[in-house]
Design a protein. Structure first.
Length: 456
């Protein structure tokens, strides 16, 4: 409890990262955010009591829990990271009496828009300033074809009122953008439609929703589509059965201590029980191609998701070309990959990054601006980033505005753990979005993080 209070106090202020000596130890990073959201939502759609072990208790997931309670689902915390969810069944949700506040969670709001569309109710969705700037038409467009109605701003962003029809229509829909959130919203809505809904996915995206729907008993079928894509079909109005879910560690969170160890001399860390889903593991594949000393030990797979223990040692990295095709499998990890690229020998070219423009912030711009401030040469286009590696000699000494983006904040703190001069971020509260014990775990393995003396 004391360690949490330490982070609770620190997270209200700026944080500064200092050059750290070798990092060592074995840690468990928090539960996977994507799987945690889906565990709560599908548990609410099932009949009976679902138990979720290892749930990520971050702000994003807690907002989803609060929303599910507004829908009439009973959600209780049993123990640390263990939750009980008494489902209402498909189509059995109450109309929320209050606005559903999703904070900064794009995953939460987009999945819940699909969920609400599958029920004959009205639901009002709101978020913080950052979430209210993120595009929602990509989700509402297919849901409108299914019969749902939306009232929102002219730019399609939050706030949004969703009105689910009495009889939702099954559809066939080809995704115009590679987005697991859009795909999942359609799948969740389709549970309330009489008949078969088919989604054509030109590029594979994370498939946690499909894996978990099968676990809960949905009739879902997946087959190849075109060259690399998939055709996903689901039959509506099933009776989903409650399950016990074990949430593995989040590979997106594991990326931060992993890269910190790679760029800090003499480091050797172990990361346990990490989700190794092939559609989420792109970063580690790229790091290994750059010369990273990462040993992957795959464990038994009992619930559809691959699990692995990672052993990471400090490494001399080389710049490479990162193709656009891999972007859907590591879209959240480009900020921390750019940090690794800054310490590499040679040039790293990252392509297909346009989607980073519409994340919690304009991540592509934030990465480029921050690296330049730290003495790293970059070239930025509308959908690419080129980083000219410094071969381990990065100046640092910058003050970084995180722009309410947790991954930008954590990435530049990791950068500061190996730069010549400290790096300070303007606000660490956003880290609670996905990695609430970041400070605790990173300092546990030897990272030096402090509050600036002026605000202690």
């Amino acid at each position: 409890m004391a360690s949490f209070k330490i982070f609770e106090n620190v997270c209200m202020f700026n944080l500064k990262a200092h050059n750290s000596s070798s990092l060592n130890g074995s840690i468990n990073v928090p539960g996977d955010k994507s799987i945690s959201h889906r565990s709560v939502i599908l548990g609410g759609l099932a009949v009976g009591e679902t138990i979720v072990n290892g749930l990520l208790e971050s702000e994003d997931v807690l907002h989803t829990i609060a929303a599910m309670r507004e829908f009439g689902v009973i959600v209780k915390k049993l123990d640390e990271q263990q939750w009980s969810i008494y489902g209402r069944g498909v189509g059995g949700f109450d109309e929320p009496k209050n606005a559903l506040y999703l904070g900064n969670s794009g995953t939460g709001v987009r999945l819940l828009l699909g969920l609400a569309a599958g029920n004959p109710i009205n639901a009002f969705f709101i978020g913080d300033n950052s979430l209210s700037k993120r595009p929602m038409r990509r989700v509402t467009a297919p849901l409108e074809i299914m019969g749902a109605r939306f009232v929102n701003r002219s730019d399609g962003c939050l706030p949004i009122v969703c009105s689910g029809p009495k009889h939702l229509l099954p559809i066939q829909y080809e995704l115009p953008v590679a987005s697991a959130q859009v795909k999942s919203a359609i799948l969740l809505a389709a549970l309330g439609a009489a008949g078969k809904t088919t989604i054509l996915e030109p590029e594979p995206t994370r498939d946690h929703t499909e894996i978990m729907l099968k676990q809960f008993g949905a009739q879902i079928n997946i087959k190849p589509f075109n060259k690399d894509g998939r055709e996903i079909s689901i039959v509506g109005q099933p009776e989903l059965q409650a399950k016990t879910i074990h949430v593995p560690a989040d590979p997106s969170s594991a990326a931060f201590p992993a890269v910190a160890a790679l760029i800090t001399r003499g480091s050797h860390i172990k990361l346990k029980n990490v989700c190794a889903n092939s559609l989420r593991f792109g970063l580690f594949e790229i790091l290994i191609k750059m010369g990273a000393n990462i040993k992957i030990d795959y464990c038994d797979n009992t619930e559809g998701e691959k699990i692995a223990h990672l052993e990471v040692k400090s490494s001399s990295l080389k710049g490479i070309k990162v193709p656009a095709e891999i972007a859907p499998r590591m879209i959240d990890e480009y900020p921390i990959l750019a940090v690794a690229a800054a310490f590499a020998e040679g040039t790293t070219i990252m392509l297909g990054l346009k989607e980073l423009r519409v994340k919690e912030s304009d991540r592509l711009s934030a990465i480029a601006k921050g690296l330049v401030a730290c003495g790293v040469k970059v070239e930025e286009t509308i959908d690419s980033l080129t980083v000219y590696g410094r071969g381990g000699l990065v100046k640092g000494g910058a003050f970084i505005e995180a722009n309410m983006d947790h991954r930008i904040a954590m990435s530049f703190l990791v950068l500061g753990m190996a730069t010549e001069k400290p790096i300070e971020i303007d606000d660490s509260t956003t880290i609670q979005t996905s990695f609430p014990n970041f400070y605790e775990l990173m300092t546990q393995i030897g990272c030096k993080l402090t509050m600036p003396s002026s605000i202690k």
